[in-house]
Structure formats: structure tokens, C-alpha cells
Design a protein around this ligand. Structure first.
Ligand code: ATP
Ligand code: ZN
Ligand code: ZN
Length: 989
């Protein structure tokens, strides 16, 4: 072998490790110097205000202390942090800077953290339940020393079991041709062909086999089968992984197979199944255990005698005795360890736990036949070399298209430190060393297909058992719009839900997206999805904290974490909030393809992406995700959830009647967001009406690609700009022409439709969506002359002619067509209802463009009769509502008898409830107060809520949207009742 190759490899690795080490030390130093404890906590390396919740002494001689956040407020979750099991932590008294003890973190959940402290004869930890403590993550020297040591051993390696393996992994040699293996039967007969091939290949390879297992492809299942087969051949196996969790995962799986296994180091899970195989536990059960305990007792006794006596000679005798006893103790202990290690078929440890300064040094050099490294793509290469030097053959499993090993030094990462052994070998040897698992058992095929195309050369397929599974197929989960789609995009583009703009903050948050997440979770939970089956993934610690603050109490089982915390896990539903939304279009740190791949592929049945497509589309890879969701999923705009984030009335002067292009409304306005974004509230809502329609024409399995005109797929950033320019040119052409209207093809993607709506709005044009289903398209036309004052009938489906009746002017002092928002909402509901009915096999009756079912119209009439002339805007609504609810709460507006039970709005100025037609402060007489309040808000928040005064914010958007959903549900019930009645009738006739 070319020795120089190994030497230069080692030299380079040492240099990179040095860089990384320096970066870590420097980071710690600057934190300690410049950061308050609070800042350390927000960096994720310190946990403040902890209380002892339980202590158990004695698990194999250690003291396990569990800490919980001090219960002050209702929030009792730990702040988001980077602690993981195996970390060395310092324990401090809350008010002191001196360290009480150091320990090893053994378990961390969202609510508690458990640390193991070694207690010796002269050290007893005395913790007070009333006291508060803090934990600080300490730099871990041990790991660095072990990594360096392994590299030095590699450099000096001349002859030994791993010689030819080193040649293949580092030198120029290719893997030897596969050996013939005797026929064998699989333990697991359910393995799919790609898994079986991987098992056979791994057994037949001489030096190295790589199992490339994309998400959910049964990588662990395959590795377990390989290990079982190897054990059957009588081979001794050392099985490692970079993290304690990954090792425990294998321990649990192998334990089920009744093989003799031994786990070195700290099991991360306090599960019986993992604990009982730990070295300490095995030793405690061994024949030597009693003798060892006796010797310990003897030592303690001699110590005691030694203390009492003053006689010098006696003292010297005792000391000799202790020396002898200690020697014997060591011999006995080592013999017991060797016995346990030798008896085990499989020894498991973390990569660094397999270090030769640990128990493994007691074994002969050629003890192991095979080294398995699971999650190899997440390990620093140097850490893999710790176990690799211990056997002639290795099997590496992992997925280099998921997260690489984490590093602190950017420089070291760029120079190759974050490049894993697996990634390197896959590129070098390809099919000569790699087998990929291609059937995945987790994700709905719509999710699979994105991952497959984006990351795995289109080779992944979904197993039939999962290909079509949806949330609604889970027991107890209702069939709703949310539970029946695998992909949902909630786009905040143009909604002004900007990220928090805090100069000094490293982390990012987005409260608007938090609210959207909250609403979507509520919709899922209302439908019967267990909170524990949902994961919320956010790329920033700050966002994780904001989410936990608003969600953890209500849904304690909900898991909210950063991507890194979810690798290797799965959930039925995953909600991603991408946070970034800014005028500069900065995408920043979330822009790591593999991270996004991991986030999306945690989901089994449902992925919801909440993002500002305008911002995240600046990242080519994120854009492929948004485009894919746009084309294959359901698209909603955030307006549907938070219709009052943007005041309802600001669009009216620009869009209702006056044909002028909008211009900035003074300096304050522009602080808020770009002008054109201000203008699209209404249209976005209108667009939403169609965006919501599912891509129902596409059968789940079909590989439908977009028509060229929609151009969404695979186009990069410039593509998006092109599309915008393309539509802009078309619309400007139309403005210059004499044509009366411009029709856009029905083939536009919902994103394109949004663009068209926006651009038309910018040009002061009318833009209506007309037609149903596949024929639905946008028609752009010139606006009628100003001053009509009525509501422009630009809604997706005008529900009833009644809306055209103008309200008496006296009730509308500011001339605002304040009903339009409700009309939008109403249109949405009606559409939804219509769709529901359509899906209930009544297609003939749900006519395009007619919002209401005939029966509903009847009810409406009935209502009219009992109530007299209803206000135009609320009529249909109330008709529907009153059909399901007995309204005893009525609007506080004089003479109005409309119900406020479901959709009433509370006015913060007069503390009364009003119906939707009268809730605006200007209408029921609180206008002055509202304007004063608005001025206050502007000076406080630097934000202008456009229009006259603020929208009544007393009913916060979340609550309002919730009300909306309650109404939806009621309407749904109503419609199903109706259906069943109809069915009965049909049966009767
Ligand atoms: N051949 C198979 N037939 C049926 N189900 C399978 C098969 N192989 C794996 N599975 C199932 O797929 C799921 C994932 O398996 P496993 O834990 O081995 O995957 P993994 O690839 O290690 O996961 P990860 O993506 O988290 O690394 C498990 O529920 C497992 O039972
Ligand atoms: Zn009021
Ligand atoms: Zn009213």
C-alpha cells in the first residue's frame, strides 16, 4: 500500500480536527466571555432554572438525577437546545459560578433531562428539591483525544486484521471480487428484493459493503438481517453508530432476535431492553460479580482500619493490603469483562465508545470478524476509524443524502471534515461497493416521489402498503380536507407575515407562521389525529421556542424540534415552517438540501409546508419543493386562515371601482412591506378559493407532469422571474390594447394564477376566476367606472343575487364595502360545501357557479320569512348558521337580530358582540376610539394597518379562524345530515 496516501490522509484529518477543536474552544470562550447565561441558553448549550424532579441512586453504581424546568408559569417545557445523550455536562447552583459536579447526560425529552453522576467514596452529590440549578454543556475532550489516537494508530498500522481494508478505503485498491457464499435462508422472509440483494451482497463482499438506505427503506431491518446471518456463520461482530440513540435502536432490534449482545457505554434510552445488555448490567449478573463486590467491601474495611490507627507500621501494612486487593479487584473485573465480551456475538458501542482505551483493549487484536457502522453518513470519518481498525471487513449503512456530520468550524467543513467516509466511498467505488434499498415503507407516494426525484435519481418507490395511505385512514380520524391530502402548501406570500427582524438575534422566528401552524394542528386534531402523531419542524431555535410556547401546553404530546432532532424518526404528519419571509429574499441557513430532505421525509401520510414562497423561491432547491407542492398538492394562501392579518378594507380604494395603479400610501406604509404586496389581499383571497381545489383530476399514482404553460416544475429561480415577467407582459399588452378582456388558460398552476391576480391588481384591472374544475380560469378585464360603491363581483362563485343590494348609506358612513371579506369567506364556505356535496356523489346537483344546494335555498327562504329582510351580506351565512344553531345571542347593533353565537365578533372598544356586518367599529359607532387605537398601534409597532383605523383586533385571527372552522364543521354536519335525509327519501320513494 502506498504509505504516503495513509500518511497524507491522517495529516489532513488531524489538521481538520484541530481546526474544529479550535473553533469549538473559541466558540465556548467567546460565549462564556460575552454571553449572559440567558444567551447561552438561547444558543442551546445551557439550561437554566432547573429543579430536581427525581433521583435514583444505584443503577449500576451511578446516581441518575432528573431535572425539570422550574414550574413558575404554565409552560413547563425545556427551551430548545442542542443537548444530546452522551454529552458531558456541568451542574451549577443557579446563583453560583462554581461547578457542583460533572456528569453524562443520559436522556433528554421536551420536559426533562437526566444526568448520570459518578459517585465515589469521597464525593456525594447533595441536591435540594427546592433549589434551582443550571446545566452547561461542556467541551468534550475525550472525543478529540480518541479521534486523534485512532488516526495515529491508523498511521502506524503495519500488519493486522484491517490491512487490506485500509487499502480499499484509503489506498488505490478496488474491493476484491465477491466471494461465493453458501446458500442461506433469510430470517426475515418479508425482505424485498432490494433488501435481499443488499444482504447477499454484504455477506459476499470481502472488505467493504455499503448499504445505502434512503428514508424509510428498512435500512435497520436490512442491517439486522446481515448481522443475524453473520452470527449464524459464527462471526464476531462489532456494531457501531455515531450516536447513542442509533446504537440503542440496534440494541433493541437485536435483543428481539435473542442473540447474545453487549452494549458498551451509556445507553441513551432508559429502556429495560437496552439497559439489560449494558456492560455494567451484564457484569452485575456474571459469576464474578459476588467476588468483585466482596473485594470492594474488603477494600472499604481496610480503609476504615487504616484511618483509625496511628501506628506507622500498621498503616504501611494496611496500605500494602489495599494495593494487593486493588490489583486483585482489577484482575477479577477485567476477567469478567473479557468473559462477557467474548461470550457476546455482537458488541455494540458508539464509534468513540469502541475506542481502545476502553474495555475493547482487553480483547485480542483479531477478535472481531466484521465491523458494522450504522448511520455512517452522519459520522465524522475519523470516528469511523476507531472501530474500523478492529476487523478485516466492514459494512457501512446510511444515507449520504441526509444530514452530514455536524461541525462547528465552517472552514473545516468546507475543507472536507463534513464529508463522510460513506459519501467518499460511494463516489469512489459506486456499484463495486454499494447497494441501495429502493422500496420505502413510510411515505405516501406523493411524498416519496418528491424525495425520489430531488435526491435519489428517481429510484425510490413507495411500497403498496403505504403508497396511498392518508391521515383519514388512521383509526378515529375523520375525512376532512386536511386529512385527505398528502401534500399541503400554505403560502404566506404577500400576506405580510414577515420574520421577526431582530438585528442582534442569530436565530429567526415568525409569529405569523406560528399561528398558521397552530391553526393547522387544530384542524388535524379536530379531525381526530393524535397530537403525538404530529411533528412540527422548524429550522431555527427561536421559532421552535415560539412554537413550543404556543402549542406545548395545549398539545403536550406534540413534538416540536429542529430538523436535526428528527433524523431517523417518523411521524404520521409533519408540519414544516420555513420561517424566512423578508423583503430581501434572504433564505440563509435553512438552505441545506439534505436538511430539507430529512424534514420532508419524516412524514408518513401528510406534509404541510408553511412558507413565504416569494422568499424561499430564492433558493433553488426549496423552489423545487414549493413547485412540487404547487403542482401535486393542495395550495392555500395564508389569507384563508388569517383573513384579518391584512385589514379587510385597504384594497377597496385601489381595487373597487377606481382604475388607477396603486401607489405607496406615505412613508409608514412602506415600512410594512412592498407596495404590491399590500394590494393583493382581496385577490389572494379570491385566488385562494381556487387554490384550494385539490388536484383531484390526478389519480394518486399517475406521473402527471405539468403542461408546458404552467412551467412550475424543475425551473429555477430565473424561471419564477420569467413567469412573472411573462404574465406582466401579457397584462401590459392587454392594457395597451383595445380588447375588453383577456382570458388566461385553465392550465395555469395555482401559483401562476396567484401571479396573474397580483399583476392584474397592480394594474387596476378586474380579475375574475370563472368556470369549474378543469375549466376554471382567470379573466382579466377593465374595471367599470368608479363610484359604483358596490362590491365588485370578483368572487369565485357569486353565491346569491342578494349581495348586490347595497346597504343603506347611513349604516356605512365611510362608504366601505365592508361585506366583501365576509363574502369572500362565505364564497369559500359555499365552495367547500359544494365540493363536499360533489364528493358525496351528487355531482349533478352541484352546478358550477351555483353556490347553494336547492334545499339550502329553501332554508334561506324560510329564514327570510321568519326574520324579515335580512342584511344582504349575512343572509346566506345566517341562513346556514341558524339551520344548525338555535341562536339566542344576537348582534348588539340596534335593530339587528343576527346571531353572534358562532360568528360574532367582540369589539374591544365597547365590549359588545356584533354580527359580521356590524362588527366594524366605524359601523356600530366605535370609529373614533378605533382610530385612536390605531394611531397608538402605529407608534408602538411602526406598522400601519391600512384603511381607516385598525381592524378590530380584539378577536384575534387565530380565534376567528377557529370560529370559522367550527362553522365549517357545523356546515359539514348539516350537509351530511341533508345527504342522509335525501338518501332516506330516495329510499322511501
Ligand atoms: N421488507 C419489508 N416489508 C415490510 N415492512 C418493512 C420491510 N422493511 C422495512 N419495513 C418497515 O419499514 C419501517 C422502517 O424500517 P427500518 O426501521 O428498518 O428503516 P430505516 O431505513 O432504518 O429507517 P430510517 O429511515 O429511519 O433510517 C419499519 O416499520 C419496518 O417494519
Ligand atoms: Zn364597539
Ligand atoms: Zn348585526
Amino acid at each position: 500500500m502506498a504509505l504516503s496516501t495513509v500518511e497524507s490522509f491522517v495529516a489532513q484529518q488531524l489538521e481538520l480536527l484541530e481546526l474544529e477543536r479550535d473553533a469549538e474552544v473559541e466558540e465556548r470562550r467567546s460565549w462564556q466571555e460575552h454571553s449572559s447565561l440567558k444567551e447561552l441558553q438561547s444558543r442551546g448549550v445551557c439550561l437554566l432554572k432547573l429543579q430536581v424532579s427525581s433521583q435514583c441512586t444505584g443503577l449500576y453504581g451511578q446516581r441518575l438525577v432528573t431535572f425539570e424546568p422550574r414550574k413558575l408559569g404554565p409552560v413547563v417545557v425545556l427551551p430548545s437546545n442542542s443537548f444530546t445523550s452522551g454529552d458531558i455536562v456541568g451542574l451549577y447552583d443557579a446563583n453560583e459560578s462554581s461547578q457542583l459536579a460533572t456528569g453524562v447526560l443520559t436522556r433528554i425529552t421536551q420536559k426533562s433531562v437526566t444526568v448520570a453522576f459518578d459517585e465515589s467514596h469521597d464525593f456525594q452529590l447533595n441536591l435540594d428539591r427546592e433549589n434551582t440549578y443550571r446545566l452547561l454543556k461542556l467541551a468534550n475532550d475525550v472525543t478529540y483525544k480518541r479521534l486523534k489516537k485512532a488516526l495515529m494508530t491508523l498511521k502506524k498500522y503495519h500488519s493486522g486484521p484491517a490491512s487490506s481494508l485500509i487499502d480499499v478505503l484509503l489506498g488505490g485498491s478496488s474491493p476484491s471480487p465477491t466471494t461465493e457464499i453458501p446458500p442461506f435462508t433469510f430470517y426475515n422472509t418479508a425482505l424485498d428484493p432490494s433488501q435481499k440483494e443488499a444482504v447477499s451482497f454484504a455477506l459476499a463482499q470481502k472488505e467493504v459493503a455499503i448499504i445505502h438506505g434512503p428514508p424509510g427503506t428498512g435500512k435497520t431491518t436490512t442491517v439486522v438481517e446481515i448481522i443475524l446471518q453473520a452470527v449464524k456463520q459464527g462471526l464476531k461482530i462489532l456494531c457501531c453508530a455515531p450516536s447513542n440513540v442509533a446504537v440503542d435502536n440496534l440494541v433493541e432490534r437485536l435483543a428481539l432476535c435473542k442473540k447474545r449482545i453487549l452494549r458498551l457505554g451509556h445507553p441513551a434510552r432508559l429502556l429495560e431492553s437496552a439497559q439489560q445488555h449494558s456492560l455494567d448490567a451484564v457484569l452485575a449478573r456474571s459469576d464474578n460479580a459476588q467476588i468483585v463486590a466482596d473485594i470492594r467491601k474488603d477494600i472499604d474495611q481496610v480503609f476504615g482500619k487504616n484511618k483509625k490507627t496511628q501506628d506507622k507500621r500498621e498503616k504501611s501494612n494496611f496500605r500494602n493490603e489495599i494495593k494487593l486487593l486493588r490489583k486483585e479487584l482489577k484482575e477479577r473485573e477485567e476477567a469478567a469483562i473479557v468473559q462477557s465480551l467474548t461470550a457476546a456475538d455482537v458488541v455494540l458501542a458508539t464509534n468513540t465508545g469502541a475506542s481502545s482505551d476502553g474495555p475493547l483493549k482487553l480483547l485480542p487484536e483479531n477478535h472481531f470478524d466484521v465491523v458494522v457502522v450504522d448511520e455512517c453518513a452522519q459520522a465524522l470519518e475519523a470516528s469511523c476509524w476507531i472501530p474500523l481498525l478492529k476487523a478485516p471487513k466492514c459494512i457501512l449503512a446510511g444515507d449520504h443524502r441526509q444530514l452530514p456530520p455536524t461541525t462547528i468550524s465552517h472552514k473545516a467543513a468546507l475543507a472536507g471534515l463534513s464529508r463522510s467516509l460513506m459519501e467518499r466511498l460511494v463516489e469512489k467505488h459506486g456499484a463495486g461497493a454499494v447497494r441501495m434499498l429502493t422500496v420505502q415503507y413510510r411515505m405516501h407516494q406523493a411524498i416519496t416521489r418528491w424525495a425520489s426525484e430531488a435526491m435519489y435519481h428517481g429510484q425510490l418507490t413507495a411500497h403498496p402498503s403505504v403508497a396511498g395511505h392518508l391521515l383519514k385512514d388512521l383509526p378515529g380520524v375523520a375525512d376532512t380536507e386536511e386529512t385527505s391530502v398528502p401534500l399541503l402548501l400554505i403560502d404566506t406570500a404577500g400576506c405580510g407575515l414577515l420574520e421577526l427582524d431582530e438585528e442582534d438575534s442569530q436565530s429567526k422566528g415568525n409569529p405569523g407562521e406560528v399561528r398558521l401552524v397552530t391553526l393547522h394542528i387544530q384542524a388535524l386534531v379536530d379531525a381526530g389525529v393524535h397530537a403525538g402523531d404530529i411533528a412540527v419542524i422548524a429550522p431555527y431555535n427561536l421559532q421552535v421556542d415560539l412554537l413550543r410556547q404556543s402549542l406545548s401546553n395545549k398539545h403536550p404530546e406534540l413534538e416540536i424540534k429542529s430538523v436535526d432532532g428528527f433524523q431517523g424518526r417518523e411521524k404520521e404528519a409533519v408540519i414544516l415552517t420555513f420561517v424566512r419571509s423578508n423583503r430581501k429574499g434572504e433564505v440563509g441557513f435553512l438552505a441545506e438540501d439534505r436538511r430539507i430532505n430529512v424534514a420532508v421525509t419524516r412524514a408518513r401520510r401528510h406534509v404541510a409546508v408553511i412558507c413565504d414562497s416569494r422568499t424561499v423561491n430564492n433558493h433553488a432547491f426549496l423552489k423545487t419543493l414549493v413547485d412540487y407542492f404547487t403542482e401535486h398538492g393542495e395550495v392555500r394562501t395564508a389569507f384563508e386562515y388569517l383573513d384579518d392579518i391584512v385589514p379587510e378594507n385597504y384594497t377597496h380604494e385601489g381595487s373597487q371601482g377606481h382604475s388607477h395603479a396603486p401607489k405607496p400610501r406615505g412613508p409608514v406604509t412602506s415600512i410594512r412591506k412592498p407596495t404590491n404586496e399590500q394590494e393583493n389581499g382581496q385577490e389572494a383571497r379570491a385566488a385562494a378559493g381556487q387554490g384550494r381545489r385539490k388536484p383531484n383530476e390526478r389519480p394518486p399514482g399517475s406521473q402527471v407532469h405539468s403542461q408546458p404553460s404552467s412551467g412550475a416544475r424543475g425551473c429555477d429561480r430565473t424561471g419564477a422571474i420569467d413567469r412573472t415577467e411573462h404574465f406582466r407582459a401579457m397584462i401590459e399588452g392587454f392594457v395597451a390594447s383595445k380588447e375588453s378582456q383577456l382570458e388566461f388558460p385553465a392550465s395555469l398552476s395555482s401559483h401562476d394564477r396567484l401571479l396573474v391576480h397580483q399583476i392584474a391588481e397592480e394594474h387596476g384591472l378586474r380579475h375574475d376566476s370563472t368556470g369549474e374544475g378543469k375549466a376554471r380560469h382567470i379573466t382579466v378585464s377593465r374595471k367599470s367606472p368608479a363610484g359604483s360603491g358596490g362590491v365588485a363581483p370578483q368572487l369565485p362563485s357569486p353565491p346569491s343575487p342578494a349581495q348586490a343590494e347595497p346597504e343603506p348609506l347611513s349604516q356605512q358612513p365611510l362608504g366601505q364595502p365592508h361585506c366583501s371579506t365576509q363574502l369572500d369567506l362565505k364564497a369559500l364556505h359555499l365552495q367547500r360545501l359544494q365540493r363536499q356535496q360533489g364528493s358525496q356523489a351528487q355531482p349533478a346537483k352541484a352546478q358550477p357557479g351555483v353556490g347553494l344546494h336547492p334545499q339550502k335555498t329553501q332554508q334561506k327562504k324560510k329564514k327570510k320569512e321568519t326574520k324579515g329582510p335580512a342584511l344582504p351580506c349575512e343572509e346566506d351565512f345566517d341562513a346556514l348558521v341558524s339551520a344548525v344553531i338555535k341562536a339566542d345571542n344576537t348582534c348588539s347593533f340596534a335593530k339587528c337580530t343576527a346571531s353572534t353565537t358562532t360568528l360574532g365578533q367582540f369589539c374591544m372598544h365597547c365590549s359588545r358582540r356584533y354580527c359580521l356586518s356590524h362588527h366594524l367599529p366605524e359601523i356600530h359607532g366605535c370609529g373614533e376610539k378605533a382610530r385612536a387605537h390605531a394611531r397608538q398601534m402605529i407608534s408602538r409597532e411602526g406598522v400601519l394597518y391600512a384603511g381607516s383605523g385598525t381592524r378590530d383586533r380584539a378577536l384575534d385571527p387565530a380565534k376567528r379562524a377557529q370560529l370559522q372552522r367550527r362553522l365549517d364543521k357545523k356546515l359539514g354536519e348539516l350537509s351530511s345530515q341533508r345527504t342522509s335525509k335525501r338518501k332516506e327519501k330516495e329510499r322511501g320513494t
